[in-house]
Write a protein that binds this ligand. Structure first.
Ligand code: NAP
Length: 479
């Protein structure tokens, strides 16, 4: 795998014209320059995907699966280089980036296999003269927009089910991390994906223009977006208002992580660190608010702060680093502002609470106590390595705080009481609940949110459904 820096449309590498710089967030050094494409190239990519659709859809699921398997094998063979690239343009530590590369590749393996099981149904008839069946068919051209925090996995979670099901796809990768997307295109080409099946349109200055083309084009039958709730709402509305296309939205979160007094505290500390500090706190399922029962609040805070103070901060390619840089200057400013506001309103930093000497975009892993429900660190996604601890006194209060948000993506809680485990899991308003574990994502589970965290699911059997139409067929006239 070489470093690809041209866009990929209709099986051709497309350079030329204006380009924009992709920077390493640890050092702000330029890694490459990538084409800054616009509406015309987006239209061209959609036309190529449209042209490629019928032939790709006509292949058997088994034929498509063998190309997916080759794509997956190439990803795994090149996992170290993919990890280095994800780390270089996105900032996460190389070991974590390798985890993302394996996670990203797993969708290609899973959906290649799963598409062989895109079963329809036979429905018992209501009339002797008829027989009813449903069949599953690909939707057509799909368009996707993805964020920078998982430069690979957010793409394969959409592209793999789309392509395995017989659709073709046009992707606009994030402007901060387009190089991993282009590496995937190169591996796909080598695996035997026909021209037009997977297209990557890079941009910097024309993001909203390309978004509009994706959402309004009558050739695009399905739009899938991962990113902020604000942008997702706008684009979803255009999709429905213009051409009533199918829409999937994976949006922001504000995950509660509840530590009950009966929890194993060491396990809870480990789980909190795994969930909160993954990718320096920049994941949609990161614990955003840590709710801790009164009786263990002080003991838990101390244990957590001691462990957090030991986390190693630095550039992603340095050995042993656990916390990399934040993605850009705006992200650092936002975290600084939110922490300053919390401290001014009475919160206390047990550890951290400031930027880090490793560089301009590094923030010291932080634990805040005395946090209240009114503070912005409780109400908004922090997207940084800051753990705000809120005190609660009863299970009812914990559930009520947890649900007091317009978001509903992931939730976590720690308890040793099996009755409480069921009770709380059922009462929490979120698409995913993880009990006694800070990490849960993989290719076989349905990932997605309730409320303003999104529409639809990625991964699992549900993730394939998002890229299939159900057609009902009536065989009438039996005598
Ligand atoms: P963002 O600003 O919404 O950007 C995400 C993607 O949308 C990028 O490719 C961006 O392009 C594009 N975009 C931005 N404005 C657009 C517009 N007007 N029209 C078309 N495209 C547009 O989100 P972010 O801040 O990068 O990502 C973090 C957010 O994503 C967080 O809220 C996080 O929770 C959420 N997220 C959710 C999931 C999930 O599965 N639910 C997973 C990961 C992240 P440019 O890069 O060119 O600006």
């Amino acid at each position: 795998m070489s470093l690809r820096s041209d866009a990929y449309i209709d099986g051709q590498w497309r350079g030329g014209g204006k380009r924009f710089a992709v920077l390493n967030p640890a050092t702000q050094e330029q890694i490459a320059e990538v084409p800054d494409l616009g509406a015309a190239e987006a239209e061209e990519a959609i036309a190529a995907a449209h042209k490629a659709f019928l032939a790709w859809a006509a292949k058997s699921a088994k034929e498509r699966a063998s190309v997916m398997r080759a794509w997956y094998d190439l990803m795994m063979a090149d996992i170290d280089r993919l990890a280095a690239l994800i780390s270089r343009e996105g900032g996460k530590p190389v070991a974590e980036a390798k985890g993302e590369a394996a996670y990203g590749a797993s969708f290609v393996e899973w959906f290649g296999e799963e598409a062989k099981r895109a079963y329809g149904r036979t429905i018992p008839t209501t009339t002797a003269t008829r027989r009813y069946v449903t069949i599953k068919q690909p939707i057509g051209v799909c368009a996707a927009i993805t964020p920078w925090n998982f430069p690979m996995a957010m793409i394969t979670r959409k592209a793999a089910p789309a392509i395995a099901a017989g659709n073709t796809i046009v992707l606009k990768p994030p402007s901060q991390t387009p190089l991993t997307a282009l590496a995937l295109a190169e591996l796909g080409e080598r695996a035997g994906l026909p021209a037009g099946v997977f297209n990557v349109v890079t941009t910097h200055d024309h993001t909203s223009e390309i978004g509009r083309v994706f959402c309004e084009s009558p050739l695009v039958r399905k739009f899938s977006f991962t990113g902020s709730t604000e942008v997702g709402k706008k684009l979803g509305a255009v999709c429905v208002g213009s051409t009533v296309k199918r829409v999937s939205l994976e949006l922001g979160g504000n995950a509660p992580l509840i530590v009950f007094a009966d929890a194993d505290l060491d396990l809870a500390v480990k789980g909190t660190i795994a969930s909160k500090f993954r990718n320096a706190g920049q994941t949609c399922v990161c614990a955003n608010r840590i709710l801790v029962e009164d009786a263990i609040y002080d003991a838990f805070s101390k244990k957590l702060a001691d462990a957090v103070a030991k986390l190693k901060v630095g550039p992603g390619d340095e050995a042993g680093v656990e916390i990399g840089p934040l993605i850009d200057g705006k992200a650092i400013e936002k975290v600084e502002r939110m922490v300053a506001e919390a401290l001014a309103s009475g919160a206390v930093a047990l550890t951290g609470g400031k930027t880090h000497a490793a560089g301009a975009q590094f923030y010291t892993p932080t634990v805040l106590t005395n946090v209240t429900r009114e503070m912005r660190v409780n109400r908004e996604e922090i997207f940084g390595p800051v753990a705000p601890l809120i005190r609660f006194k009863s299970e009812n209060e914990a559930v009520s705080i947890a649900n007091d948000t317009p978001f509903g993506l992931a939730s976590y809680f720690f308890t040793r009481d099996v009755n409480r485990a069921w009770r709380v899991a059922e009462r929490i308003e979120s698409g995913m609940v993880s009990i006694n574990d800070g990490i849960f994502s993989n290719e076989v589970i349905p990932f997605g949110g309730w409320k303003e965290s999104g529409l639809g699911r990625e991964g699992g059997v549900e993730g394939l459904e998002e890229y299939l139409e159900t057609k009902f067929v009536n065989f009438g006239g039996f005598v």
